[in-house]
Design a protein. Structure first.
Lengths: 383, 260
């Protein structure tokens, strides 16, 4: 087995790294402080095709593979977790389900402008009573003539108010499955500006503070029935499939945050002197760094393996869950150690590791908590 | 319109400079980048392509590894790439390099040739103007702005405290400054296409109208006696004095070092 990256991937990494250093890093601290969505960066990413990396060229994308997309999210997240998740939510949670389940008309109408970066995408599954338990959905969609009338709300939606196209899930009825009555969930594409579709409160978050996280409110929101994504009742399958892909994106975000924190810590420990020598010369520091780097490397291999599985396999939920579980927990551990090795300075907002530790936490929670990943992994082991 | 852009793969000086025992650069041991002035020249060509429509061909002379900068240029939006490589071309100075590039470009149709002002590894700024001499076309150097006007180009040429506006009939050659523009990034899709693209490789036999005596080390009038890395400046000295005392202090220091 050869772990060498291809020429394409080496060049792509150089591109993403250069872009992240020049365009994203200088704004990262300010984006966190002000909690403002980095629109200027998003526009630049759109110009260079970063918002449609794994989408085929015939639909306005770059025609690259999932690994290239993962490397993009990774490099962006090394300097700014907010920017990483904007790309991840847009690509994995909005472009991907439309590409996989959309009709040709839906792809032309929605996917093409999304992949070109002319429009930004979001995904609405979570509700106040339906997080890990997707069956707890309360949002309803009722057919009335040629339109579905949607009522309900979605919370914690990434790219919330900044997006233009939303993939939304709603209950369209009840069906019997294995003798039990279950909610029939269906997926819809909803455009911003549709009457009855408004925004609630903006979340005040611990980390990824520049990402626009909002509540979406649907009040008699009428959506043409041709905006149904996939088939009636296929929503749960679409949501789970989409989240399998999304988890690879979040795993890449977690990986990037961990790598960024490690890079800064290596540099800092070589400069900071205590007791007449750099703290990098202390064996405790050396051992901590060795552990951090080894775990980061292991996380990278799992994330890249999941990306390759998405490229080559029909089912990749197991690999995605392992990558997300491990990368997220490594991100939390490495950023926590990074703050510790920075000492008092690391606890201040002057240093990036303080932000990175806050940004890392969400990767253990969204798009399936670490507990959900363990459920997915163990279910596959024990089936 | 057909534009030829000459680009060079140069050592990335951020990664440190390394030398062979004979004093020449150890290029194989250093990270390499597209020369910054050349990248601005390529960007200028791509903007002319965006604005007026053009076919952009990039040409480089170098080791087979120089293919990397050609692929980068393709990923930025260039249409064709030509690598001129041959053992007999090695060790070329500016004269032999410009002779080689002229020999390659004589195979091509072109309206405009753009080169960078100078490469960061040699800093001579000679290859562009020499190339125009060999091809017998006008040259406008140090371009900070380029416009097309019918069959001519109108160029702002940087000059000390001002700039000159010059017009030249095409075909002509322009040397570009890094300040000319902010080069675009590659695109991910562009990279994938560039890695699949065919690169034309030419050797000595493909060069037109060039004598062997003008090629490679043997054809190079310049011989490098010694090359060295930049000498790092010391920390310097910081003093806090009022202006009059500062003048006395500085003059005293200059006298002490026999500068004045």
């Amino acid at each position: 087995m050869d772990f060498t990256l291809s020429k394409e991937h080496e060049m792509a990494r150089t591109l993403f790294k250069e872009f992240a250093e020049k365009e994203v890093k200088p704004l990262a601290q300010e984006v966190d402080e002000t909690e403002e969505f980095p629109r200027v960066t998003v526009d630049k990413m759109a110009k260079y095709g970063f918002l449609g990396i794994p989408v085929p060229k015939e639909y306005g994308g770059q025609g690259c593979d999932p690994l290239t997309y993962v490397m993009c999210v990774e490099e962006l997240s090394k300097v700014c977790g907010t920017t990483g998740v904007i790309v991840s939510a847009h690509t994995s949670l909005c472009c991907d389900p439309i590409l996989t389940f959309g009709t040709e008309e839906q792809k032309q109408k929605y996917l093409v402008p999304l992949a070109k970066g002319e429009k930004l995408g979001a995904f609405g599954l979570t509700e106040p009573g339906a997080g890990t338990d997707a069956q707890g959905q309360q949002t309803k969609a009722v057919l009335d003539g040629d339109e579905y009338v949607i009522n309900g709300s979605k919370i914690f939606i990434t790219n919330g108010k900044e997006a233009d196209v939303y993939v939304i899930f709603a209950v369209t009825g009840m069906i019997e499955k294995k003798g039990r009555m279950m909610k029939e969930i269906t997926s819809f594409i909803v455009e911003k500006g549709t009457p009855g579709f408004t925004f609630g409160t903006k979340e005040k978050k611990m980390g990824i503070r520049g990402s626009s996280t909002y509540e979406l409110i649907f009040t008699d929101c009428r959506v043409p029935k041709e905006n149904m994504l996939g088939k009636l009742g296929q929503g749960f399958k679409i949501a789970m499939h989409t989240l399998d892909g999304g988890r690879i994106g979040i795993a890449a975000q977690a990986l990037g945050i961990a790598e960024g924190a490690l890079d800064r810590t290596i540099a800092y420990t070589k400069e900071r002197k205590q007791f007449g020598k750099t703290i990098a010369a202390q064996q405790n520091t050396q051992f901590q760094l060795a552990d951090m780097a080894t775990k980061v490397q292991a996380a990278q291999l799992l994330v890249y393996k999941a990306a390759m599985a998405k490229a080559n396999q029909k089912e990749y939920g197991f690999e995605a869950a392992q990558a997300k579980l491990y990368a997220a927990e490594v991100a939390m551990e490495v950023t926590t150690k990074a703050v510790q090795l920075h000492g008092g300075y690391g606890y201040t907002r002057e240093y990036d590791v303080e932000r990175m530790m806050r940004d890392a936490k969400i990767t253990e929670i969204y798009e399936g908590t670490s507990e959900v990943q363990r459920m997915v992994i163990s279910a596959a082991l024990l089936k | 319109m057909k534009i030829v852009v000459c680009i060079k793969q140069v050592p990335d000086t951020k990664g440190g400079v390394q030398f062979n025992p004979d004093g020449t650069l150890n290029r194989a041991a250093m990270l390499t980048i597209m020369n910054p002035d050349d990248k601005s020249g390529l960007e200028a060509a791509l903007r002319l392509k965006d604005q007026y429509g053009a076919e952009v061909t990039v040409v480089t002379m170098g080791l087979p590894k120089a293919e990397d900068v050609l692929r980068e240029a393709l990923a930025m939006g260039a249409d064709k790439a030509i690598l001129v490589t041959d053992r007999v071309l090695g060790g070329a100075d500016t004269w032999a390099t410009s002779q080689t590039l002229a020999g390659a470009i004589r195979n091509l149709d072109y309206d405009l040739i753009i080169t960078g002002r100078q490469a960061i590894d040699g800093d001579t700024a000679q290859v562009g103007p020499q190339l125009s001499e060999h091809l017998n076309i006008p040259v406008i150097s140090y371009a900070q702005n380029i416009k097309i006007d019918g069959d001519s180009v109108i160029v702002e040429r940087q000059f000390d405290d001002r700039y000159h506006v010059l017009k030249a009939k095409m075909p002509c050659l322009i040397t570009a400054l890094a300040e000319l523009n902010e080069p675009r990034y590659m695109t991910p899709g562009g990279i994938f296409d560039a890695c699949k693209a065919d690169i034309t490789v030419w050797g000595r036999a493909d060069l037109v109208g060039v004598e062997d005596s003008n090629l490679g080390l043997k054809g190079s009038p310049t011989q490098i006696a010694k090359a060295s890395d930049k000498v790092r400046k010391g920390k310097g000295e910081k003093v806090n004095l009022d202006p009059a005392e500062s003048v006395d202090y500085i003059v005293g220091k200059l006298k002490e070092k026999h500068v004045i």
